[in-house]
Design a protein around this ligand. Structure first.
Ligand SMILES: [Zn+2]
Length: 138
């Protein structure tokens, strides 16, 4: 059950430019154009802005998947970062060519940059593909 106060907080953050509109993002589960934000940590006040962009299909799927929220919180963290639009466009072009979501593409790039750390966390690769990512909005 969603909490209208949590939705209102997200709406306000979007209007204030603190969160991008979800339709400018990709679904964290499938890479399709997102349509909304999922409160993946639930609706407690401290998590009102802990959201992940998702498409309608996955927003629905998440609501019904048992344990989905618990799984998505294990071992993943993220930050909302501001990047120049040209860089996002470049990244998205690259993502499409590589058949990766934007998030997977960034993860892939960072793994190239930090090969030793990536090698030490090989096991994350599987979870990374099946699990949703955490976005902490600061
Ligand atoms: Zn999706």
């Amino acid at each position: 059950m969603s909490d209208p106060r949590a939705s209102a907080a997200v709406g306000q953050a979007i209007r204030q430019g603190k969160l991008p509109h979800p339709t400018t993002l990709r679904c964290m589960d499938c890479g399709a154009t997102a349509t909304c934000y999922d409160h993946y940590l639930g609706y407690a006040r401290e998590h009102w802005l802990d959201v992940q962009p998702v498409c309608d299909r996955h927003n629905g799927a998440r609501a019904w998947a048992p344990g989905a929220k618990e799984r998505s919180t294990s071992g993943f963290s993220a930050v909302l970062i501001r990047l120049p639009i040209w860089l996002i466009e470049e990244l998205d072009r690259d993502s499409v060519e590589s058949s990766r979501s934007r998030n997977s593409q960034i993860t892939w790039i960072l793994r190239q940059r930090y090969p030793e750390a990536a090698a030490a966390h090989k096991d994350d690769r599987v979870r990374e593909e099946e699990a949703a990512y955490i976005w902490q909005v600061g």
